[in-house]
Design a protein around this ligand. Structure first.
Ligand code: ZN
Length: 431
């Protein structure tokens, strides 16, 4: 895959020395979690992505000006974004900054003064970003707003004029952004965002950006659309994007990566394979052969939801702890071939049945777990996570197992995306 893949940063870190046998964090983690914990790029020999997408709206409260100095930005006391993200000095990983327009989608315009073109460019420059994305405003069909009197959430449908205004704001900011970049001779590579709501508006936005002089453009707001719609836009902009880099924001359509690439897309970002690890879809672990498996839930016995349901069924906390430990022990024994699959399933499901589930989430769970156990996908994975923690990677439990599984998924996606024949009908893996 020639496409450059960026992982959006949501501070997904974990304790590199978490003890899976005792289920305890390391002392070093406890003393200083931020400094001790690892990002995915620290866990593997080769980072499972080409770069990191860092959205200002996610970290707005953490980006501050140094005391007595109106110029130096810091994030957790770091004056360089690469240091903050713990990227080794000799790493080829790139950092792309954007505003994270989803953070202010409800507003009429990107809120000032933080999202002024001047401030955003200044942050990209001072914190040493490799790429800086212009200040955009998302075009959506509606936003949810709270009624000031009743406090109820209301759907506020955007008119055609309001949508056009958002496109206009985005283009105006892009123009100003590039001008300022030239004037101040900033080092980061500027990326202009195109927003739209149909093929015509996207095409016109792209044309404008290229006329302004952008060599790297990004299509925003595509998460809400089907792959065919995206391909429709890419088809429309074909005549204008020769020699231009094109980024797709937030979309991961596994079955269409090759199509996107052939239409001139050069990069994209998505945290989808990471987050699937702990979202309740039954597709939590991506095996090296491209098949998804359900992770096996063994929640902490102190889980409030579990406790509530257990109380209703006459179980004490001690009962729960015993069931929890039995489930963990059964899985470890199973991995060593000391217990058969039926007995393992009985023990797991006895505990699992205490989990309150939404609608049909619990259906077919036995079958899904059985498939995971019988196929033992973790045995055939050569990533650092699976090699080190074995069956723990498919146990759905706490940050250290769940995020490791997410990192594994990201690694697999990166390593084998080209050879996996992803189903084209797996339309939306954006999350
Ligand atoms: Zn693995």
């Amino acid at each position: 895959m020639k496409l450059k893949y960026f992982l959006p940063d949501w501070e997904d870190r974990l304790d590199p020395d978490f003890n899976f046998a005792t289920d305890k964090y390391s002392k070093k983690h406890d003393a200083d979690p931020y400094n001790y914990d690892f990002y995915a790029h620290q866990l593997f020999d080769k980072p499972p992505y080409d770069g990191i997408l860092f959205s200002l709206s996610v970290f707005q409260s953490k980006i501050t000006l140094k005391n007595g100095d109106n110029e130096t930005y810091t994030i957790r006391n770091h004056t360089n974004i690469r240091d903050y993200l713990k990227i080794p000095k000799d790493s080829s990983l790139k950092v792309m900054g954007d505003c994270g327009a989803f953070g202010y989608v409800k507003e009429k315009a990107p809120p000032l003064p933080f999202y002024s073109v001047e401030n955003v460019s200044n942050i990209y420059d001072k914190l040493g970003f490799d790429y800086g994305v212009s200040v955009d405003h998302l075009v959506v069909d509606y936003v949810m707003v709270r009624d000031e009197i009743t406090g109820k959430k209301l759907k506020n449908i955007l008119s055609r004029d309001e949508k056009d205004e958002r496109i206009e704001i985005t283009l105006k900011n892009a123009k100003k952004f590039l001008k300022l970049h030239n004037k101040k001779k900033y080092n980061f590579i500027p990326i202009g965002v195109a927003q739209g709501y149909d093929t015509d508006t996207y095409r016109e936005s792209v044309k404008s950006l290229i006329e302004m002089g952008y060599k790297y453009i990004a299509l925003g707001g595509l998460v809400q659309y089907k792959s065919d719609f995206i391909i429709g836009i890419l088809t429309e902009i074909q005549p204008f994007i020769k020699g231009i880099n094109v980024h797709l924001f937030g979309v991961l359509r596994p079955g269409h990566l090759n199509d996107f690439e052939s239409f001139g897309v050069t990069s994209f970002d998505s945290a989808s394979f990471l987050r699937k690890a702990w979202l309740r879809s039954g597709q939590n672990y991506l095996a090296p052969n491209g098949k998804w498996y359900a992770a096996i839930r063994v929640p902490q016995a102190t889980n409030p939801r579990l406790l509530k349901h257990a109380n209703l069924n006459g179980f004490s906390i001690d009962d729960l702890i015993k069931m929890e430990q039995d489930a963990l022990r059964a899985l470890i024994k199973y991995d060593k071939g000391k217990i058969n699959v039926d007995d393992t399933l009985d023990i797991i499901l006895k505990y699992d049945n205490l989990l309150l589930r939404d609608s049909n989430d619990g259906e077919n769970l036995k079958e899904k777990y059985e498939r995971t156990l019988l196929d033992r996908p973790w045995k055939s994975c050569s990533c650092n996570v699976c090699k080190k923690i074995g069956i723990h990677v498919i146990i759905f439990r706490g940050t250290n197992r769940n995020k490791r599984r997410g990192f594994h998924n990201t690694w697999i996606f990166r390593e084998v995306a080209e050879i996996i024949n992803f189903n084209k009908r797996e339309e939306n893996a954006d999350l």
